[in-house]
Design a binder for this molecule. Structure first.
Ligand code: NAD
Length: 348
């Protein structure tokens, strides 16, 4: 059985990845600091499952990482751990540098030393770093990001992710560490923390509250269903060429306002407001985020042609599945809104 050391596996994408990996027969050691974004409730179905070992800790804690590597001897590290919310990075960039840059550096150094000690054995160790399309900056009306688009990060978040990507690349070129990097577009789907656009809109729309939309609502993101993202990472892990970067996108460019209206329409059908008002009337344009990138779009041709991956969800099927998931899992959302998710511990 293959073992993965997954970092940030109690967060949105990491937890979806862990659940999928364990279901597919992999063993996962899950290292997560449990910041506000980490939620063990998401992993409750793995309670008592010996294929999942949860360890609360920081990726920058080198003795801890060293111990986990020595003890579990993983076949790969998959690094999701990060501070991930752009608005929070504007209010407080230091935590983003601490985890995304300094933390990733510590993890890389421990990975390098562990991998070096494997030399001489038939080892297929990999370090896969999960990153974002935001490192490429903002697009005009045309074109898409490819793996060779120059980096031009515009927010403290994307700058910190760009720095971590460069460190990963440098560890391959300097030390030969067998790294892989994936840069993906905006994810959505089950278990996303309700500070991000889609879950926030669902929650507010359900309650009939004002639906805030930044600026004119015409910022465009390429929406990627989280399950498709997780399968792309697995594909890269299994077949990606060492030292390479792969872009992952959903082929689903949509303006933010389109996303919000789609959620309103689905909810109006599933659970109309008692007033009978269409939820679109709740949309409220608010002052734009400083430095808000206008458009992101991913060209995932490399991943599709080299590794045969393509997304299974369209935006329409993915958003419907997501809204339905939130409707069916209101207790998960409630545990975040009332803070009780922070008290949860696996096995407690
Ligand atoms: P998230 O904020 O939901 O989860 C991050 C997880 O990392 C949390 O469980 C948190 O507790 C943990 N963590 C934070 N600092 C840590 C540290 N120092 N040590 C150990 N664990 C720590 O984030 P997400 O949306 O799941 O994103 C996962 C990764 O994917 C990130 O690297 C992010 O940059 C990248 N990404 C996300 C998106 C997206 O749309 N969500 C898009 C592109 C790339």
């Amino acid at each position: 059985m293959k073992t993965l050391l997954v970092t940030g596996g109690a967060g949105f994408i990491g937890a979806n990845f862990v659940l999928q990996a364990v279901a597919d027969g992999l063993r996962v050691v899950n290292l997560d600091k449990l910041t506000y974004a980490g939620n063990l409730g998401t992993l409750s179905t793995l309670e008592g499952n010996s294929a999942h070992v949860f360890v609360q800790g920081d990726i920058g804690d080198r003795p801890l990482v060293q111990r986990l590597l020595a003890e579990h001897r993983p076949d790969a590290i998959v690094n999701f751990a990060a501070e991930s919310h752009v608005d929070r990075s504007i209010d407080g960039p230091a935590a983003f540098v601490e985890t995304n840059v300094v933390g990733t550096l510590g993890l890389l150094e421990e990975a390098r030393d562990f991998w070096r000690a494997l030399e001489g054995t038939a080892n297929s160790f990999r370090f896969l770093h999960v990153s974002t399309d935001e490192v490429y900056g903002s697009l005009g009306a045309d074109g898409k990001f490819t793996e060779t688009t120059p980096y031009a990060p515009n927010s403290p978040y994307s700058a910190s992710k760009a720095a971590s990507d460069h460190l990963v690349r440098a560890f391959h070129h300097t030390y030969g560490l067998p790294v892989l990097t994936t840069n993906c577009s905006n994810n959505y789907g089950p278990f996303q923390f309700p500070e991000k656009l889609i879950p926030l809109t669902i929650q507010k729309a359900l309650k009939g509250e004002a639906l805030p939309v930044y600026g004119d609502g015409k910022n465009i993101r390429d929406w990627l269903y989280v399950g498709d993202h997780c399968s792309a990472i697995r594909r890269v892990l299994d077949g990606g060429r060492i030292g390479e970067t792969y872009n992952v996108g959903g082929n689903a460019e949509r303006e933010n306002i389109h996303v919000v209206k789609a959620i309103c329409r689905i909810l109006d059908q599933r659970q109309p407001l008692s007033s009978g008002e269409p939820r679109e009337s709740l949309i409220t344009f608010v002052r734009d985020r400083p430095g808000h990138d206008r458009r992101y779009a991913i060209d995932a041709t490399k991943l599709e042609s080299e590794l045969g991956w393509s997304p299974t969800q369209t935006f329409e099927s993915g958003i419907e599945a997501t809204v339905n998931w939130y409707l069916d899992n209101q207790s998960w959302v409630a545990s975040i809104l009332d803070g009780s998710y922070r008290m949860e511990r696996l096995g407690a």
